[in-house]
Ligand binder design. Structure first.
Ligand code: ZN
Length: 413
């Protein structure tokens, strides 16, 4: 349907624009340079023939592809983000195109001896014979999530040129600042006006996700007492020892490095310690809402128990919820996942439905009233120099978007 050349050209035109976001900025978008791509997308959506193309003060770009049928069917949406991760530089991306990949090492940068090898990244082997787009080893690629944008724009262009494919109203939106957790924050769900949507922001071909973690952050604050060490007997309270009591009282194997699938965890990611005062920074994650609440309760109880045994209010805990599992919002409208699954099957793609061990913009949007599962965009090894995307996967994702539009119209008319 869509040529490899056309999709490669579009993708390249996006990834060569630096759009790195910045968690330390308070503005939206967090970096001025994100406007460069936002403005380009605004123009491009107009030029391919989309309707109601808009860009707001926060750089959210929206557009509509009007229905081409008489029946009133649900309005669906497709969303992706144009910022790239601050974990690795996105300036001066020089994409390399490897045609007919032979299954061997790919030298990303001979001078710096940077190699993308299937010995380490064995996912590469499933793309033998395909066209891969990689970095030159010095930047990330930005397939996360400019592959998603490429697919959405290409699908809209295809549907505009192929009126024989029948569909209802389709909305698209491109957002800033997803990588710093704010992509959904200023998303105008009412203006978007879709009954449901899909983020095109997953990884390998076939991925379809509608479950993510429930997430909270906890800060444990431990007060000690500093006294001259030579005269400290019976007087000094060393908050760092209390902190280790706390750490050791949590289940040691319920940590990120010992869990997978649906297993939740406590993750201690930072300690600031002095005799006088220690702070422990945790994140708490669990797919199951009851187990999630029990984890938070466990921390509260442990704090209470330790204070009782010390005979003083030495430890305090502050827990803040961050986001929740979208499953709660998607399960009541499970047909939106079924349609995506059916679309993949009809296109010969094996759906890989699995829980996300993290969050997505879709989870926040689902709680803002827009149920929003996540679909593969095709890339691998996000947020670093080994990021790559097979062109064939981007074409398949484009086809999935068109097929979902078609199936939705069929099902409801
Ligand atoms: Zn992403």
């Amino acid at each position: 349907m869509i040529s490899k050349e056309a999709i490669t050209k579009r993708f390249t035109s996006y990834v060569t624009i630096d759009t790195e976001s910045d968690p330390n900025s308070e503005t939206t978008p967090s970096t001025k340079k994100q406007w460069d791509l936002a403005n380009k997308l605004f123009e491009e959506l107009k030029s391919i023939g989309m309707s109601d193309v808009s860009i707001d003060d926060n750089a959210y770009v929206m557009a509509t592809l009007p229905s081409n049928i008489k029946a009133k069917v649900p309005t669906i949406g497709f969303i992706s983000h144009f910022d790239t991760s601050p974990d690795f530089t996105g300036a001066n991306v020089k994409p390399q195109i490897i045609e007919n990949y032979n299954g061997k090492d790919i030298v990303l940068n001979a001078e710096k001896d940077i190699v993308l090898s299937p010995d380490y990244f064995d996912d590469l082997l499933q793309y033998k014979g395909q066209t891969l787009i990689t970095t030159d080893g010095t930047t990330l690629l930005g397939a996360d999530d400019k592959a998603g944008i490429t697919e959405i724009v290409s699908a809209m262009e295809y549907l505009i040129h192929h009126p024989e494919v029948k569909h209802g109203d389709i909305k698209v939106c491109f957002t800033p600042d997803e990588e710093i957790g704010r992509g959904a924050h200023k998303f105008d769900v009412k203006k978007f006006g879709a009954d449901w949507a899909y983020t095109m922001d997953g990884s390998e071909i076939g991925e379809l996700e509608y479950e993510n973690f429930n997430a909270a952050a906890a800060v444990i604050h431990i007060k000690g007492k500093i006294v001259h060490p030579g005269y400290a007997k019976g007087k000094m309270i060393n908050s760092m020892y209390m902190a280790t009591d706390f750490i050791n009282s949590l289940p040691r194997l319920e940590t990120p490095e010992h869990t997978e699938g649906y297993q939740g965890f406590f993750h201690l990611h930072q300690i600031e310690g002095k005799v006088d005062e220690t702070k422990l920074h945790y994140i708490i994650r669990d797919h199951d809402r009851d187990k999630f609440e029990a984890r938070k309760q466990m921390m509260q109880q442990l704090t209470q128990d330790l204070n009782t045994s010390y005979g003083d209010e030495i430890i305090s805990v502050e827990i803040k919820d961050q986001y929740f599992n979208m499953k709660e919002k998607v399960e009541p409208v499970m047909h939106i996942v079924d349609i995506a699954e059916e679309a993949m099957k009809q296109l010969g793609i094996k759906p890989k439905i699995k829980p996300i061990r993290g969050g997505t913009d879709g989870s926040q949007l689902s709680y803002m009233g827009l149920p929003c599962p996540n679909i593969f965009a095709g890339g691998h090894n996000f947020h670093g120099r080994y990021e790559y995307v097979p062109v064939e996967s981007m074409i398949k994702a484009t086809e999935v978007i068109c097929k979902i539009a078609e199936l939705t119209a069929q099902r409801y008319s």
